[in-house]
Design a protein around this ligand. Structure first.
Ligand code: AHR
Length: 662
């Protein structure tokens, strides 16, 4: 009965529509491009938040491998049959090796396998895969002969699902490295790793490490391939790194220092991750930065996935929500030098000190760094005076490096207005705007950049995400409502590509059991990862970018919410296609003709990529990773009348590609 009523009302509604005046067609003119769209336009923001690096893309499975966490045995459990005082002793050689002072000394006395051991719990467990090979390594020192280390992979119930043996051979009391590889016989999301000791004597152990061999590009000690593939699939124009607030640190001591993330792993000095203590409601006491994924690996990743590197450096100020420490202006030089040295590290040849470091790490060719951010979400006159000093020194040596400047934490208000004025007066190359706002804000701001000065500073929308609840609320969801509002808003970014030259959603990754901040673009557990509806919106933009903005107008106006429609168009030089992007944020389907002007010829069939869901609350999940994901179909083009008729589904985002000859 219900269905009949619905059908009847649909017929009535349709026939009513046919008597109503047809809406004015939307016009797209391929012969009148209004701006270039930069290859950097759609990029990614990476920060080690939510277990993004350690426990995330950095594929190390052992937590606290070098015993440097605040509590040196965190993540480790001592297994023993009988207690012997001091048999596993944490030693600290601070004076000799301040970057990695701690190691453990194990004392054995006719110890048999099963008498004494160490179990590591991993990062919320270890993701282990059946038949996959795992690489174990350890730094050891012993004067004793005949000691053996028995290695075991365990499932959640402590059953052994893989094993190996290492027999440290040297007895010269120098540090050596031992390795072994072995397979897992089962797939387990909550695995563990155990070491049993056998023999008599003493052995020192440090850097106890376990990596899967299916890393990105098969690099030993590399990155988790499924997560990196999700980034590569975005074909991002740039990668902002390492953040985010992590750049600033809770205090200056806790700031990100790129020079400490290079060279051999044991020399990369671990620090507490600032997200460890940021939110009392989401404590993460085991969250540290080992820097196994450091600046070299970052540049290499950017190169791998064809993205421009965009490092963000500390500007001599710690997080202003935390300690707000600043370095005195007369002591800013080392901070500025860090920025200058980073350019040398990335771009200069091996005859320069920092170019030599890069080459020695395996990359003699330059990384071609073109831009860099000074400060994350810093604000106030303290920021401006430090920024001026950085800018002067960097531009004097490297005039072609383009600098990203912070406009603070919010896209409006007193702090924003002050910085916006100051930065424009300084002719900032890029102003970095951040917005964590409601879906409604995103819709209302689709025209935000229409009035921005075309000749002034360019905009980097460096961090944004629609919040289903409110910023930093644990109830925020990556639902379709948020994603659709971002899709609608992003038509305004694309339409204003003359001003907005880079944009990135934030944050990027979240571990389902280790997150501090939501919403996030990609969710992972120890074995799986999925893209949110927001991820698919980003992907639709970045893989359908186009080279030039085309005017897309109805009644001479851009579509910025009239009849709940938001639209932009581009021309793609490479494929010779017109690309239309249209968000319908209403609960009704909407029909519109789009006249395709300025073309000699059109292909009769176009491609329509549709992202839609009737339920604005819809989300993706590990169980249904593609509940909200794009579907591709063809669409007929009226080649004679040079138009395409669109029936835009309720709550939908459409990308339409039409081949044309101009
Ligand atoms: O993306 C999460 C945080 O939001 C970033 O670290 C910071 O820059 C912003 O406040």
């Amino acid at each position: 009965m219900n269905r009949i009523i619905k059908t009847v009302s649909l017929i009535l509604a349709t026939s009513w529509c046919s008597y109503a005046q047809a809406p004015t067609p939307i016009k797209v003119n391929a012969a009148q491009p209004v701006a270039d769209i930069q290859p950097t336009m759609w990029g990614i923001f990476f920060e080690d938040i939510n277990l993004g690096a350690d426990g995330g893309i950095y594929a190390e499975l052992i937590k606290n491998r070098s015993f440097e966490f605040a509590k040196p045995m965190m993540g480790w459990k001592i297994e023993r049959k009988t207690f012997h005082e001091g048999e596993i002793l944490v030693q600290n050689r601070q004076e000799k090796q301040s970057s990695n002072p701690r190691f453990v000394t194990v004392t054995l006395n006719n110890t048999a396998k099963g008498d004494l051991g160490l179990t590591n719990e991993g990062f919320r467990g270890m993701g282990l895969k059946k038949d996959l090979k795992y690489d174990f390594s350890v730094a050891y020192r012993t004067a004793s002969k005949g000691i053996k280390l028995h290695l075991e992979l365990l499932d959640a119930n402590n059953a052994v699902i893989g094993s190996g043996v290492v027999a440290p051979s040297e007895s010269d009391n120098q540090w050596h490295k031992a390795t072994a590889s072995f397979q897992s016989t089962a797939t387990e999301a909550k695995g563990k790793f155990r070491l049993w000791f056998e023999g008599t004597g003493n052995i020192d152990l440090d850097m106890i490490s376990l990596f899967p061999t299916d890393t990105w590009k098969g690099r030993p000690g590399g990155m988790r391939a499924d997560m990196i593939q999700k980034l590569a699939d975005l074909k991002p124009g740039f990668i902002r790194f390492p953040g985010g607030c992590i750049v600033e640190g809770i205090d200056l001591n806790n700031r990100y220092q790129w020079k400490k993330t290079l060279g051999s792993l044991e020399e990369r000095q671990l620090i507490m991750n600032r997200w460890n203590v940021e939110f009392a409601h989401r404590p993460a006491p085991d969250y540290f930065q080992t820097f196994g994924l450091g600046f070299f690996e970052y540049f290499q990743l950017a190169e791998d996935i064809g993205a421009e590197p965009l490092p963000i450096l500390n500007c001599g100020m710690a997080c202003q929500f935390n300690t707000a420490e600043v370095v005195p202006l007369d002591q800013l030089d080392p901070y500025i030098q860090d920025a200058i040295d980073l350019i040398e590290f990335a771009n200069s040849d091996a005859t320069t000190p920092w170019g030599k470091v890069r080459a020695s790490m395996g990359h003699p060719a330059p990384f071609n760094l073109k831009m860099m951010g000074i400060g994350n979400e810093n604000w106030g006159p303290q920021y401006v005076e430090r920024l001026k000093a950085f800018t002067k020194a960097i531009k004097a040596k490297y005039p072609n490096i383009r600098l990203v400047n912070s406009s603070g934490t919010d896209p409006n208000g007193e702090r924003f207005d002050y910085l916006n004025k100051e930065l424009r007066a300084m002719n900032a190359d890029f102003i970095d705007e951040h917005y964590y706002r409601t879906p409604d804000w995103f819709l209302k701001n689709a025209a935000r950049y229409d009035s921005y000065d075309r000749n002034g500073s360019k905009i980097f929308a460096g961090e944004y995400a629609a919040q289903s609840d409110k910023t930093v609320s644990v109830d925020n969801r990556n639902n379709w409502k948020c994603a659709l509002s971002e899709a609608a808003f992003m038509t305004g970014l694309e339409r204003n590509a003359a001003v907005v030259q880079m944009a990135s959603y934030a944050p990027l990754f979240a571990h389902a059991e280790g997150w501090q901040w939501t919403p996030d673009l990609i969710w992972v557990d120890n074995l799986r990862s999925y893209g949110t509806p927001n991820y698919y919106v980003q992907k639709l933009y970045s893989t359908n970018r186009g080279s030039k903005v085309l005017p897309m107008l109805q009644n001479g106006q851009a579509l910025t919410g009239q009849d709940s429609l938001y639209a932009s168009a581009s021309w793609d030089n490479e494929s010779s296609e017109i690309i239309l992007k249209i968000a319908n944020t209403s609960a009704q389907s909407i029909s519109r003709d789009v006249a395709l002007e300025g073309v000699k010829k059109l292909d009769p069939t176009g491609k329509w990529i549709l992202l839609k869901n009737d339920n604005l609350g819809a989300v993706n999940s590990f169980e249904n990773a593609i509940a909200v994901s794009p579907v591709e179909q063809s669409i007929a083009i009226d080649t004679k009348k040079k138009k395409v008729a669109l029936n835009l589904a309720p709550y939908s985002f459409s990308v339409i590609r039409i081949k044309a000859v101009k």
